[in-house]
Design a protein around this ligand. Sequence first.
Ligand code: GDP
Length: 193
Amino acid sequence: SFEIIFVGRSNVGKSSLLRELFGAKVRVGKRPGVTLRPAHVQVSNLLITDMPGFGFMSGVKDRKQDIVKDKTVHYIEDNAERIQLGVLVIDSPSFPQIVDRWDSKDQIPIDVEMFDFLREVGIDTIIAANKMDKVKESDYDPLLDEITVRLGLEPPWQNWRHIIAPISAKKGDIKALKGLLRDRLHEMKRDDL
Ligand code: GDP
């Protein structure tokens, strides 16, 4: 079996994306601050895992974020052999500022930390750069370059098209991601033979 794990901060559009990709089969109805366990759905021989969003709960936001991070890390460590693919969903327009805010405090933002961690444990990870519909055409490539740099990759972003998929879950424009997922699935099938 083949497991794909979806991770991201709260509000990046992970639920919207999962709905676009797999219909209403994944997590239905969010209960922010309550849902700490991963949600699973089986699509033929594909196991889709929706990890809770690294989120904010007023008053205890730091603690909740830590709990979600710990649980996600443990889940990934425990299941790393089965997880062939990670999808990190980001809110593209706000990603550079969020990373810079953490950097200025000498901390690693949770998304970048998760990207590094997934790759460290050997999980091929795709960045679903969501909400690109909010970005005007002239800012499109510069923003994706900025995201590339914040992820620790060398620009231009076009060199990372096998990793970075600019999408808009809201507009249903997710073909870049679908293409990458399809490529990975084909590769895995070939390897299995
Ligand atoms: P989750 O918390 O990551 O599961 O995010 P949701 O799917 O619930 O979306 C959070 C908010 O972002 C909602 O208001 C969505 O309508 C909005 N959203 C999701 N995807 C997009 C997108 O591609 N573009 C824009 N502009 N908004 C989006």
